[in-house]
Design a protein around this ligand. Structure first.
Ligand code: NCD
Length: 471
């Protein structure tokens, strides 16, 4: 498989072999940096950044300059026709006429997939809202491999804002792909979203153990753990004993990966409630379980990581940022077809192929930050979902990957064009499970089903509701 002309929207887009091939090319490039100049001569990269960035944009641009290519750049959405209401689809088609590769950072979740769908050149997601940031994950994994050699079987603690941290979301799947175990240490209220945990376990295998915070008072000077992911086929102590996560942390971790609170994505309640998390500093890291622990951070830091860690040999964050250049050089050169590396065919994770729901009516993505909700995109963009479960009926938006559970269902098979047979039922009734995916029609609201000519069927109400209407 070759990376030429492919898009990188989520970390799922790359197999382990492809990631390894990027890393070995990055190694070769950093050993012979001056010789790379000219490799992408005549190629143009567009960096379109509609959210603030220092490292990601500048390292992408440095990478392209070091390859001898050119860069056109937008770092302020107000300076583009985005501020006049231009859609992502139009922007994708226009920029494809100017550049050979597009790097996009955007506040809307799913924006990178949408850009990739309409662009005729490769698109790299440089962060789409709280969704994913796959090239930061490449820098993180590259650092882990260089410093530790083997990722399989290692134990990584993810700390801070696990809800909105897009680097965390990409990293979780990458760690699972490479067989690492994960300890989740979120700040209270900023836990990993359910849709991510669900995908992790169903598509990457392994086990998830959750511990309720209520039973576990946080001890001062410790990092509280609220869940653990044990990669499949691991001879790991967590897999062999009743889980005590305090014990697990006490046994030491290979990496503490810290993130800042992504306040720009907080709800008003989250801003008001205030967030607390133990600061990673020399005092905390002096406990014996952290003796060999690497400290990683995608940066920028705010208060969660003390400056007294900066000269500590366990601190990796400046290396992670610096390695962004060779890693992105290797990625760009391969996506532009200027360096081909042969990667053996392999089992690709995630491995589940779900049926798609794309009727264009009835169901809306549950995430208001999703690109499908935005006024500029609504005229042409129809919501589209993977049907990830029939019991309970659960859809996953193909753009932002949030889950949504439609309330009502119907089947094209039931009515076969006969208006009097157009009935809808509750999605949690037994009838829902009998519908073939290709026949499924789903609705969030009864009014919407009725607006489409469907009438309430026998199972359109819950038993309680039925009792009330019958009285
Ligand atoms: C991260 C991002 O933008 O998601 N920064 C980066 O790209 N290195 C992390 C952050 O902003 O907290």
């Amino acid at each position: 498989m070759s990376l030429t002309n492919r898009d990188l929207v989520t970390i799922d887009d790359l197999t382990n072999g492809e990631i390894e091939s990027i890393f070995s090319l990055a190694d070769k490039m950093s050993d012979a940096m001056p010789q790379q100049y000219g490799l992408c001569h005549g190629k143009v990269m567009a960096t379109i950044f509609f959210e603030p960035s220092t490292r990601t944009r500048l390292s992408f641009e440095t990478a392209m300059h070091r390859l001898g290519g050119s860069v056109i750049s937008v770092a302020d959405p107000k300076s583009t026709s985005f501020s006049k209401g231009e859609s992502i689809a139009d922007m994708a088609r226009i920029i494809s006429g100017y550049a050979d590769i597009i790097v996009l950072r955007h506040p809307w979740e799913g924006a990178a997939k949408l850009m990739a769908d309409y662009a005729s050149v490769p698109v790299i997601n440089a962060g789409d809202g709280g969704h994913q940031h796959p090239t930061q994950t490449l820098c993180d994994l590259y650092t882990l491999k260089k410093e530790r050699g083997e990722i399989r079987g290692s134990k990584i603690a993810l700390c801070g804002d696990l809800k909105y941290g897009r680097t965390i979301h990409s990293l979780i799947f990458a760690l699972a792909k490479f067989g690492a175990n994960i300890l989740f240490c979120p700040s209270a209220g900023l836990e990993v979203p359910e849709n991510i945990l669900r995908k992790l376990v169903t598509e990457y295998g392994g086990e998830l153990e959750k511990i309720s915070r209520n039973h576990r008072p946080v001890k001062p000077g410790t990092i509280p753990v609220d869940a653990a992911y044990i990669a499949p086929n691991q001879p790991h102590q967590l897999a062999m004993m009743p889980v005590d996560l305090d014990v697990e942390m006490k046994a030491g971790v290979d990496v503490v990966y810290v993130t800042r609170f992504q306040k720009e994505r907080f709800t008003n309640e989250e801003i008001e409630s205030g967030q607390h998390f133990p600061v990673i500093d020399q005092k905390l890291m002096s406990s014996k379980e952290f003796k060999k622990t690497l400290v990683m951070h995608p940066l920028p830091r705010v208060d969660e990581l003390a400056y007294d860690m900066d000269t500590d040999p366990r601190s990796m964050y400046f290396k992670q940022a610096a390695r962004g250049v060779p890693v992105r050089m290797a990625l760009i050169a391969q996506m532009l077809g200027m360096k081909e590396t042969s990667v053996p065919e392999e089992t690709v994770l995630p491995k589940v192929d779900y049926p798609i729901y794309r009727r264009g009516y009835g169901v809306k993505c549950s995430n208001s930050r999703c690109v499908t909700w935005q006024d500029t995109e609504k005229n042409y963009l129809k919501p589209e979902f993977k049907i990830v479960s029939f019991d309970p009926l659960t859809f996953r938006c193909v753009y932002c990957e949030h889950g949504t559970e439609p309330k009502y269902v119907a089947s094209t098979e039931w009515h076969q064009g006969m208006v009097e047979s157009k009935k809808y039922h509750l999605a949690n009734s037994h009838l829902a499970k009998k519908i073939k995916p290709e026949n499924l029609i789903a609705f969030d609201l009864a009014e919407e089903a009725e607006a489409h000519g469907f009438k309430p069927g026998y199972y359109a109400h819950s038993p309680v509701e039925k009792e009330k209407t019958e009285k």
